[in-house]
Write a protein that binds this ligand. Structure first.
Ligand SMILES: Cc1cc2nc3c(=O)[nH]c(=O)nc-3n(C[C@H](O)[C@H](O)[C@H](O)COP(=O)(O)OP(=O)(O)OC[C@H]3O[C@@H](n4cnc5c(N)ncnc54)[C@H](O)[C@@H]3O)c2cc1C
Length: 354
């Protein structure tokens, strides 16, 4: 049975374009349409969607949009009204969108208004025996569920890093505007500003090739009987700067800052990886001064290649949880790596003699 699909996305408030995850989910939606032979429509919302629509135009698909200044910032009431209007106009059976906080906030409400059902944190969608089957993980990525639903419309919100991003040339999109009544009654919530954690450096980089994880060992007394926090901070920040890696932390390390112990100043709870932290997706991971206990390692579920540096040859990583374990002092290894990066940088842009 062919099933009509709506690919739903919003523009990134800061740049006016689609976020990277939208291109990934667009690729997944096109695969779904190719498998089922169903129609596919693009639905966009934001204050000015033309540039975003142009970035998808070479797909040749119909574009519906609510493009209004009232959508310059996320707000439940106006976003839900815009999404509802697009969904009603498209009248699709399956609606697929990227897992951004903006879309996740409204999707359950819109599904309710349209008497449909919604599933989130989807990692793949395939056609099996004529029916779409979505997958997601539960219990911190330990159980994988396979979901089919008879309800329509069925809203599926897909996580980042689960499908290759669609790439196409820029073209001019013919955007079909959809009317949505974004009345003043829907605008009682006003946008005040963005607050970010008080860190000197932007350390969480979801698109980085490498996840660099620091554990509590960086703050422990070392062979000389002393802690070396300034050296640890310098080594880690230099490494992040040179490698472009994203920074993760073990629970023990991030908890220490909450307990007012001396810690790495740039590490917050947002960096925590694991059962009670995040489960990022990166091609490679390097764990340093972290023991590799199970509640921590479940956060590495989607790291393809795992390496660890630990002084202890019997640490948790040594028990099959890392592909490669370097039994070494992380201070020495990272300092050496930073020196190699500096040499590489010097070769790329040699200093001009005075
Ligand atoms: C319900 C529950 C949920 C949890 N959720 C999480 C979670 O989400 N994320 C998480 O991380 N933890 C979680 N934990 C805690 C977890 O079990 C561990 O306690 C924690 O991960 C340990 O952190 P760590 O490895 O940084 O510290 P430690 O266990 O103290 O290990 C420090 C390591 O550093 C090494 N080291 C010291 N100096 C050096 C050096 N110079 N070079 C190399 N290595 C060095 C030591 O050999 C040691 O192995 C959870 C626990 C529970 C009970």
């Amino acid at each position: 049975m062919s099933q009509s699909i709506l690919f739903l996305a919003h523009i990134d408030e800061s740049g006016g374009m689609l976020p990277k995850v939208a291109f990934e989910v667009f690729g997944a939606a096109l695969d779904m349409a190719a498998q089922s032979g169903g129609d596919i429509t693009i639905g966009l919302f934001g204050n000015d969607v033309q540039a975003a629509a142009d970035s998808l135009a070479s797909s040749g698909l119909r574009v519906l949009a609510v493009s209004e200044p009232e959508l310059a910032h996320p707000r439940y009431a106006t976003d839900a009204t815009a999404v509802e209007a697009i969904c009603r106009e498209a009248a699709a059976q399956i609606i697929v969108g990227p897992a951004t906080s903006r879309l996740l906030r409204v999707i359950a409400g819109v599904a309710h208004r349209l008497q449909g059902q919604a599933d989130t944190h989807i990692t793949s969608i395939d056609l099996t025996d004529g029916a779409f089957t979505a997958k997601r993980w539960f219990y911190r990525q330990r159980l994988e569920a396979t979901i089919q639903r008879a309800a329509r419309p069925w809203f599926l919100v897909m996580d980042a890093g689960c499908h290759e991003a669609w790439k196409g040339a820029l073209a001019t999109a013919n955007v079909q505007r959809v009317a949505a009544f974004l009345t003043s009654n829907l605008q009682r919530t006003t946008f005040a500003g963005v607050r970010v954690p008080n860190t000197a450096a932007q350390t969480i980089r979801p698109d980085a090739k490498l996840l660099f994880v620091a554990g509590a060992g960086w703050c422990k007394k070392q062979a000389d009987g002393k802690t070396h926090l300034p050296e640890a901070e310098r080594a880690i920040l230099n490494f992040l700067h040179s490698s472009g890696a994203s920074l993760g932390g073990s629970k023990s390390l991030v908890d220490q800052s909450g307990e007012n112990q001396a810690v790495l100043g740039f590490m917050t709870h947002l960096n925590q990886v694991g059962q009670t932290g995040s489960t990022p997706r990166h091609p490679k991971g390097l764990s340093t001064c972290c023991h590799g206990e199970e509640p921590h390692v479940v956060g590495w579920r989607f790291i393809n290649e795992r390496r660890a540096i630990n002084l202890d040859p019997n640490c948790g990583w040594a028990r099959g949880k890392a592909d490669v374990l370097y039994v070494a002092d992380a201070f020495e290894v990272i300092t050496k790596l930073n020196a190699l990066f500096a040499v590489k940088e010097e070769k790329r842009s040699p200093a001009v003699p005075a």
